[in-house]
Write a protein that binds this ligand. Sequence first.
Ligand SMILES: [Zn+2]
Ligand SMILES: [Zn+2]
Length: 344
Amino acid sequence: MLAYTYMEKGRFQLTEKPEPVLQDAHDAIVRVTLASICTSDLHIKHGSVPRAVPGITVGHEMVGVVEQTGTAVTRVRPGDRVTVNVETFCGECFFCRHGYVNNCTDPDGGWALGCRIDGGQARYVRVPHADQGLDRIPDGVTDEQALFTGDILATGFWAARISDIKPEDTVLIIGAGPTGLCTLACVRLKRPKRIIVCEKSDERTDFVRRHYPGALTVRPEECKDFVRTHSDHGGADVVLEVAGADDTFRLAWECARPNATVTIVALYDHPQLLPLPDMYGKNLTFKTGGVDGCDCAEILRLIEKGEIDTTPLITHRFPLERIDEAYRLFEERRDGVIKVAVEP
Ligand SMILES: [Zn+2]
Ligand SMILES: [Zn+2]
């Protein structure tokens, strides 16, 4: 089968590989029906994910149909349409039992698919701990609707969940890239009084205005003043930092009111400064980390009910054979691209 492969730093290539086989009783083989490209794939390509193993098939955002299951798999059966979770987790260790699946202590735990083991920019993928990693897609939900459930939508959902958003809050979201937009979709479910989206690209700001009317938008330069004017207590009650740019961490806590919650969703390329003397007395609560992707079943129910719709994020489609082109478009952010769907 064709598989998009991490050859070496700076180079991915479509290569021919044998189809995956079951290696463990908890594995499932999934035929990928739709995949996507994530910014984390680009991080692997550029060598900024040291644990990524050269030779692996990349891709960790996909949906498909279960082809085969190991003898210990009980929650899914061949023929089931499923979303695949970016995280592999055992479901049994201390962290898994507490919902902190990102910190699963199993040797296979964490971001394995498309990083340490073969992922889903291919026709088939082997999913370890399939009972945890796969969720059945409801009949009325299309592949396009479900595509982001296991990764960026799970991230947005988790970020909104841990941010303790209340109805009277003004919530600031910094960054309207794909994960920022998923975060926006999930923050809306909490129905806060105001949502402000800070984004530097006009194209993405227009996207927010078109698809999420009601959210206020602002450019980074005007953000601090705008938030002060458009909030009730001199700053945002909750800030979600999804941009991960050079100065957005500082912007995040500067826009927060005293005693606010600042949730860091972004993955930074460089260390960030926590200037404690400057923020003394502001009594902020910072929440940081990587997604605990354990809410996929609930996300799928919300999609089914029409409360979350991320299909507008799919701006482009390519067959797997043309995935090189898809990567170029995504990486260079050409042609208004938000997300690319890849059809194996
Ligand atoms: Zn990702
Ligand atoms: Zn675990």
